[in-house]
Design a binder for this molecule. Structure first.
Ligand code: ATP
Length: 912
């Protein structure tokens, strides 16, 4: 290792850093040209030296000088993120006018990375300006670096303009890039880092990576692109596409010892070839083949639940790891089996004594789970005391966070999870145990298998890593095939069989990036599709077909200059982040609402705010509708609500028939039938959304609709973003925007176009692409939806709506204030922040106090009494929290006073 950051012996960070430079040679450090504070921050986070491969990768010409794009791969846990962190932070510090986008596929990863980067930029300043040169140069002004996360369901209201580094999900990143192009400030973007680049070939979400990167490649304005992955079979192809340097590293700081387990026997496999050989020998019926010898045998338990050798092996291996005081991650094929296996492991571990302090921490974990407003999976009460948790998408985010944190800090020793955990968060383990290699009924793919096994032995957490792939006889052959399988080459998802290029074309026309046919051809030539297609004519034909289809669907039009311009519809679809197909679906629903909107029931509005099936893939999948429940819900509706549903297209007789016949779903053979099925599924979700807004606990809703709590929570979180998208859709439909010059188009809140908006081409008339009355209708609908949006944000009934306008008063807080007598904005405006509001806020934040207590105990335990007395530390942090909440309470009172004053003035105006 090259010890550029070697340190630890010095107390003061800066002093430490200076010593580092002397020790390692300034020349080496200057090669990276990193600010001292950044070096110190890396060291404080445990990165004292850089791996040789990281150094070689960074030193590829043009990478650090930010003139070259970079694509690289390294094994899981190999330290890829550090390379990207260095390039990204250097850009932001040295070119302070530039912003950085960091794109990750999962919300949990976005949150984790945001926390990491915030710690990394602590005290790190970007240089604001440097006027003049030499002796006359003015000293640069400096300012702090802001890191903001963007993802669906995020409560943050931060805007692109507020941040230096935006950490985003793929969809949000694409939307940010679209808005920046449209608003003419894409120049502000200096670097885009794409983690998990292999996701490019994920048909559901990954193709948006390609749309975004193709735009950046086409723009040619020097935005540096950095892409990385542990599972890229063809980095050179991607590098060629992105005009990037590429680098392949094989280094893994902690090697993994791999094993195959079959019929209670453990076979070693030092590499995947040997693994494959062992698996093939075991599955072979050839008597002449010399049998492979196991290294050890797992004792078969007499417990009836462990009669299957596979389950017996999985449980025994997990128990052994926990007994030795290490962490084990067990991957199962389904949510149900992960819970069942967790219970079996816990039952065995129950008889093994743990120390009193650990037991107490587990009691705290359970208490935190019990305190969750959304309820918790009661089965966890059986497993947590033994140090075992489970983790899957059926749990709420809070449950998953508590379990992951307890595992990370050693309170829990085993987590049993579905494979979504492997890619979703960075939880390391001494031992990774695969209870067969399946996801549902299918075998996992080679990339996922690598991700799962890659969780074993992570630098900074453990010094050894082991994996055990446990399988049954029938699985030996598919497992052998899986092990032999090469990682599939990443290919474009824009092929006609997958997503096609319609959305891609609509986006670039709608954002005004391209308006000519030649421009569109050039765009297509910048896509991965072009780089991987065997035949370029096919791509150009696809382009023609997509243009025709967009013209036919009236999403784009041909102007009198023979260029392409978006229609209001096309613009609305792109602005609200929908695919063209989903956009048409939503448009049909909104037009119907325009023609006959049912105002005397909330149901129609809730329907329009319900994310459409496929928009949030996890909700209301085909087989998740319980038709008997649907029928019961219809039976309880009042007349206006029933009328609303009939208008939307629900036929109660059909629901009745499906419930009686025990059928799974409405038929989906023709396009009409597919649309109808989507409407039924969306309405089912609408009922759940209505319950969420009526503050029915997640637990109760989950039971009522036979849907997991995680699914209900996902609906609650995604509906806000979807509702905002619908409002944007209506606003754009209401506005003649087709000839607005980029950069002049709209206000920050994306509301109306100013009267001075410039026209493209002298004398070009601004032609609304929909009729005046329809535009007015959409404008009215936007206003109605906007009004109702606060109902969603409040998560509370109408009587709390007024309160929910006040800053920081949302959901539970609104209810608590209401219940303690502060029932109106006026009452709140007259309240005493310290005496009346602070105690309520402290009780709502009870879980935070628990968290403080846990953190203090943990720190004192690891750093000793030098940190201070636990009680004093706790008191100090409690006071800090109190001060923070008091400031919030004061803002609340001021906000309530402002709203009340406005209200009084409005009434006075009206009375005059
Ligand atoms: N040079 C280094 N010295 C010490 N620790 C390091 C170094 N580089 C990375 N690490 C640590 O190793 C761990 C794994 O690194 P990182 O998350 O960057 O790996 P990765 O290759 O991105 O893994 P994955 O593919 O699983 O996301 C992290 O805890 C990270 O802080």
């Amino acid at each position: 290792m090259r010890p550029i950051f070697e340190l630890a012996r010095f107390s003061n960070a800066l002093e430490r850093t200076m010593k580092v430079f002397k020790y390692t040679g300034l020349a080496r450090h200057l090669a990276y040209d990193l600010p001292e504070q950044l070096v110190a921050n890396f060291a404080a986070l445990g990165v004292h030296a850089i791996y040789p491969w990281q150094s070689s990768c960074l030193m590829r010409s043009g990478v650090l000088s930010q003139s070259k794009n970079l694509v690289y791969t390294a094994p899981t846990g190999g330290g890829k993120s550090l390379v990207a962190d260095v390039v990204l932070l250097k850009k932001v510090v040295r070119q302070p006018s530039k912003k950085a986008l960091l794109v990750l596929p999962y919300v949990a990863l976005v949150q984790e990375k945001t926390k990491w980067l915030r710690r990394l930029v602590e005290g790190l300043l970007k240089e604001e300006c440097q006027d003049g040169l030499g002796l006359n140069a003015r000293k640069p002004r400096s300012s702090e670096i802001t890191v903001v996360s963007f993802y669906g369901g995020s409560k943050s209201k931060a805007a692109w303009s507020d941040c230096d580094i935006a950490v985003c999900t793929i969809e949000k990143a694409n939307m940010l890039v679209n808005s920046a192009i449209e608003e003419g400030n894409i120049d502000d973007l200096g670097i885009v880092v794409c983690d998990e680049l292999h996701m490019l070939d994920d048909e559901h979400r990954g193709y948006i990576f390609e749309l975004m990167l193709t735009k950046l490649m086409c723009l040619q304005i020097g935005i540096q692109v950095v892409g990385m992955s542990a599972t890229l079979a063809n980095p050179e192809v991607l590098a060629d596409w992105l005009q990037a340097k590429f680098f392949v590293a094989k280094y893994r700081p902690i090697p993994i010892h791999e094993h195959l387990v079959y019929e209670n026997a453990i076979y070693p496999s030092t590499n995947s070839k040997e693994f494959l050989k062992t698996a093939s020998q075991l599955s072979s019926s050839n008597p002449t083949q010399k049998p492979t010898q196991p290294t050890s045998i797992i004792e078969q338990s007499v417990h009836p639940g462990l009669s299957s050798p596979l389950t017996n092996a999985v449980v025994a291996l997990a128990v052994e790891t926990a007994e030795q005081g290490y962490g084990a991650l067990v991957f199962c094929s389904s949510r149900a089996s992960s819970q069942a296996i967790a219970c079996l492991i816990a039952r065995t571990l129950r008889h093994i004594p743990s120390n009193a302090e650990v037991l107490e921490r587990r009691v705290d974990v359970l208490a935190s789970l019990q305190a969750l407003p959304g309820g918790f999976e009661t089965c966890l009460s059986d497993t947590i005391p033994s140090g075992v948790g489970f983790h899957h998408a059926g749990l709420t985010v809070e449950e998953r966070d508590i379990i992951a944190e307890a595992y990370d800090n050693g309170t829990l020793k085993v987590i049993v999870a579905t494979c979504s955990l492997a890619a979703g968060i960075n939880l390391p383990a001494r031992r990774v145990i695969l209870n067969s290699a399946r996801m549902g009924r299918d075998m996992v793919g080679p990339a996922m298998l690598r991700q799962m096994r890659g969780r074993a032995g992570r630098k900074g957490k453990d010094e050894i890593g082991e994996t055990f792939l446990c399988c049954q006889k029938v699985e030996l052959e598919p497992v052998a095939e899986l092990l032999e399988a090469e990682l599939p080459a990443v290919i474009s998802c824009l092929t006609p069989e997958k997503r096609g290029i319609k959305r891609a074309i609509l986006e670039v026309i709608s954002t005004r990036m391209i308006s000519t046919y030649e421009g569109l051809q050039e765009y297509a030539q910048n896509s991965l599709l072009w780089h991987t297609a065997p035949n370029h004519k096919m791509v150009l034909d696809m382009l023609d077909i997509a243009i025709l289809s967009l013209l036919k669907d009236k999403m784009i039009e041909v102007t009198e200059f023979d260029t392409y311009a978006p229609t209001a519809l096309g613009n609305a679809i792109v602005a609200s982040g929908l695919t063209p197909e989903d956009g048409l679906f939503v448009h049909a629903d909104l037009r119907q609402a325009l023609s006959s909107f049912v105002m005397d029931s909330e149901l129609h509005l809730f329907y329009l705010f319900t994310p459409i099936p496929n928009h949030t893939q996890s909700f209301a999948m085909t087989n998740e509708v319980s038709w008997p429940t649907f029928r019961n819900l219809l039976e309880q509706l009042d007349e206006p609500s029933l009328r609303a549903l009939r208008l939307i297209g629900i036929n109660p007789a059909l629901v009745n028939r499906l419930a009686n016949d025990g059928l799974d779903n409405v038929p989906e053979r023709t396009e009409d039938e597919i649309r109808t099925a989507r409407v039924y599924r969306r309405v089912y979700s609408t009922f759940a959304l209505r319950d969420i807004c009526n503050e029915i606990p997640i637990n109760t809703i989950s039971l009522k609709y036979s849907l997991p709590r995680g699914t209900i929570q996902n609906l609650a979180q995604t509906c806000h973003g979807f509702a905002a998208g619908m409002i944007k859709f209506c606003r754009r439909m209401a506005t003649p925007i087709s000839h607005i010059v980029p950069g002049q188009s709209r206000n920050q809140d994306d509301s109306m176009i100013g009267p001075d908006a410039q026209l493209i081409g002298a004398g070009t008339p601004a032609r609304p692409t929909i009729s005046g009355s329809e535009a007015a209708g959409f404008s009215m609908l936007a206003a109605v939806l906007e009004h109702m949006q606060s109902r969603l944000y409040a998560g509370a009934r109408a009587d709390l709506l007024e309160m929910a306008q006040v800053t920081f008063v949302k959901g539970r807080m609104a209810r608590m204030l209401y219940e303690s007598g502060l029932k109106s904005v006026r009452a709140l405006s007259e309240a005493d922040a310290k005496k009346d509001i602070l105690p309520i806020m402290m009780s709502v934040s009870g879980w935070k106090l628990k968290q403080i207590e846990r953190d203090v105990n943990k720190e004192v335990e690891s750093e000793g009494e030098g940190k201070g007395r636990p009680d004093d530390l706790y008191e100090m942090r409690r006071k800090k929290l109190e001060e923070k909440l008091l400031r919030k309470a004061e803002v609340m009172v001021r906000s309530a006073a402002a709203i009340y004053e406005r209200e009084v003035l409005r009434t006075a105006d009206f009375e005059e």
